[in-house]
Write a protein that binds this ligand. Sequence first.
Ligand code: 5GP
Ligand code: ZN
Length: 113
Amino acid sequence: MDCLFCKIIAGEIPSKKAYEDELVYAFHDIDPQAPVHILIIPKEHIKSADEITAENSAVVAHIFEVAAKLAKENNLSADGYRIVTNIGEAGGQTVKHLHFHLMGGRNFTWPAG
Ligand code: 5GP
Ligand code: ZN
């Protein structure tokens, strides 16, 4: 499949790994928008959060478990941080493989742009 993040998981495109297990891969964003900007993705190709079903939703719980662990490792927990997933064109999703942005190390504004 012609998917950038599937190629990153396969090691065909290099990335800076933050965490890996049998279900998920986490790596540093190539264009960080915060001092810490890690992408956490399922190894299974899921297009976006809009494709979550009863069959594949368990990996999302696992991703949030990994996110909390990475937040602690990066000393983000005391100040707080943000987890974002963009969905489709209006949501600003550019890579069509489900990913959660774990961002921290600065203050964020709300509402999102
Ligand atoms: P989206 O806009 O789809 O929510 O997020 C895609 C993210 O992937 C962007 O933050 C972008 O910087 C990141 N990205 C795109 N291509 C690459 C790449 O080849 N390597 C890494 N590490 N990040 C990438
Ligand atoms: Zn993919």
